[in-house]
Design a protein around this ligand. Structure first.
Ligand SMILES: Nc1ncnc2c1ncn2[C@@H]1O[C@H](COP(=O)(O)OP(=O)(O)OP(=O)(O)O)[C@@H](O)[C@H]1O
Length: 254
């Protein structure tokens, strides 16, 4: 990447739930137009951190600036320029996908063409379908479409490929890369390290509310190799996932 301007800056973030310190002084920056991954074990504090940046949760202390706006002083400005996945519970069951997008666009005051949004995520054929009739991969794609309605500068995706088959995951990676290439910054959490390696420009590892490493996947891997690390088993040139993809093809399934 040529430009490295920070669009999100988190400084000394602390979040306490009563006596429990879930986030213990996190600091990091997300650069404009990158896919930034927050990785780490269950309960490490990733979702808490994301929700504080998204202005959905209060922090205990620390400073967060999103595209020049402070979460303390200008949360409304931040809401305007970010895209957040809505909970499925917000998808009114009687509305079809086009109607849902129209509804959300109306709420945001966004001037978009619903069908174009569905085309972006390859759901144009499902325009008249209800959300509950979609497959897992289609639901995730619809959810990503909803993050784009207000034409945001940054979108936040929390474990977007959990539960998807290998093709659906790869198709979603392509979609996320397209969104990044169109100029949107993407912040993502995932438990799949192959996904982080393929998708993320940089990743931060969070452990017990602290960042323990932050770099490009390549640099982190090289650093480990240079420290003398070797895999126990020799790595083959393909893995079982490659076999799956090779046997079943790569086209959109659902
Ligand atoms: N509302 C809450 N009240 C009390 N404790 C909470 C609350 N929300 C989260 N926690 C605790 O804070 C810690 C961090 O949770 P968080 O959901 O941020 O982790 P995470 O890294 O996103 O985990 P996962 O990978 O499982 O999604 C956990 O120990 C969790 O139990």
């Amino acid at each position: 990447m040529e430009t490295k301007k920070a669009i999100i800056s988190v400084k000394d973030l602390v979040k306490k739930y009563d006596d429990f310190v879930a986030v213990q002084g996190l600091s990091f920056e997300v650069y404009e137009h990158e896919i930034f991954g927050l990785l780490g074990p269950n309960g490490a504090g990733k979702t808490t951190t994301l929700e504080i940046i998204e202005t959905l949760r209060d922090k205990t202390s620390g400073e967060i600036i999103v595209d020049g706006f402070s979460v303390d002083k200008q949360p409304q400005d931040i809401k305007q320029i970010i895209g957040v996945q809505l909970q499925a519970a917000g998808y009114y069951p009687n509305l079809n996908l086009i109607e849902l997008i129209e509804l959300f666009a109306g709420l945001y005051g966004a001037n978009i063409k619903p069908m174009e949004m569905l085309e972006k995520v390859n759901l144009q054929d499902k325009a008249k379908a209800k959300y509950k009739a979609l497959s897992g991969g289609q639901k995730q794609r619809f959810s990503i479409a909803t993050t784009l309605i207000n034409q945001p500068k940054i979108i936040f995706l929390d474990e977007p490929t959990t539960g998807l088959d290998p093709q659906a995951r790869r198709n979603l990676w392509d979609l996320i890369i397209e969104i990044r290439n169109a100029g949107t910054t993407v912040v993502i959490t995932t438990h799949y390290m192959d996904e982080a390696e393929q998708l993320c420009d940089r990743v931060a590892f969070v452990e017990r509310g602290q960042i323990i490493a932050l770099d490009t996947p390549d640099n982190l891997i090289d650093k480990l190799i240079n420290s003398g690390f070797e895999r126990k088993k020799e790595v083959k040139k393909a893995n079982l996932e490659d076999v799956f993809i090779n046997l079943t093809g790569q086209e959109w399934r659902e």
